[in-house]
Design a protein around this ligand. Structure first.
Ligand code: IYR
Length: 222
């Protein structure tokens, strides 16, 4: 992306009280986000998805090359094809590929090979990482820190959808090459994650698990 010089940031400073209140409010909001695995089939507003993707597209990224593509899947046949292919991989994962340690670590989540949400949920946002860019003339261009960049964008997308009032599931079948085939994506893109997006099913439950306290995740070097 071309840089047309520099422009003022127009930074609006908050008072310390406002900063503290905002930080607390943000934490309270994101703390309520939970991964859900059972969704309603109710349709969701188109504009919410578009705004959330625009928000994701603001993420910081290597050299502002923006190495991402968000594929919004709402077509029922395509969702069904994704479910079928995903479950075939998951059967192998739960049946042979996963180590006993991995299976034990997953127990508290209550997951198995069955992925009905891939068909039932109104929207799957499939995030693709661009290993390189192809311009209009077919020429290849480098992308920088694509994994970090797409991770930052996906995190922003998740919180944008959450703050809009939707539930999400970060779904990462392994391997997930089938997504590239089914969605007919070009050679420079590789599937990164499926963000299953919709209203959580009524009375859905989530695992009774906790996040680590500040002392365990932060080190302050003063
Ligand atoms: N992809 C499988 C297994 C799985 C792996 C991890 I790591 C999780 O955090 C959750 C599930 C599945 O979705 O069932």
């Amino acid at each position: 992306m071309k840089n047309d010089g520099f422009k003022p940031l127009n930074f609006v400073e908050k008072s310390e009280e406002e900063m503290i209140a905002s930080s607390r409010k943000f934490y309270e909001t994101v703390k309520k986000r939970r991964t859900v695995r059972d969704f309603s089939d109710r349709p969701i507003p188109d504009e919410v998805i578009k705004n959330a993707i625009l928000a994701a597209g603001t993420a910081p990224n290597g050299a502002n090359v923006q190495p991402w593509k968000f594929v919004v899947v709402r077509n029922q046949q395509v969702k069904s094809a994704i479910r079928k292919a995903a479950e075939a991989e998951e059967k192998k994962f739960y049946g042979e590929r996963a180590s006993q340690e991995w299976l034990d670590d997953l127990k508290s989540l209550g997951t198995n090979f069955s992925k009905p949400f891939l068909e039932k949920t109104p929207c799957l946002i499939v995030v693709f990482l661009e290993s390189y860019k192809i311009d209009k003339n077919g020429e290849k261009h480098k992308t920088y820190y694509p994994s970090e960049s797409v991770g930052l964008a996906t995190g922003t997308l998740i919180n944008a959808l959450h703050s809009s009032g939707l539930g999400t599931l970060t779904y990462t079948p392994s391997p997930m090459g089938f997504l590239k085939k089914i969605l007919k994506r070009p050679e420079n893109e590789r599937p990164y994650m499926v963000l299953v997006t919709g209203y959580p099913a009524e009375n859905v439950t989530v695992p009774n698990i906790e996040k680590l306290p500040l002392e365990e995740i932060a080190v302050f070097v003063d």
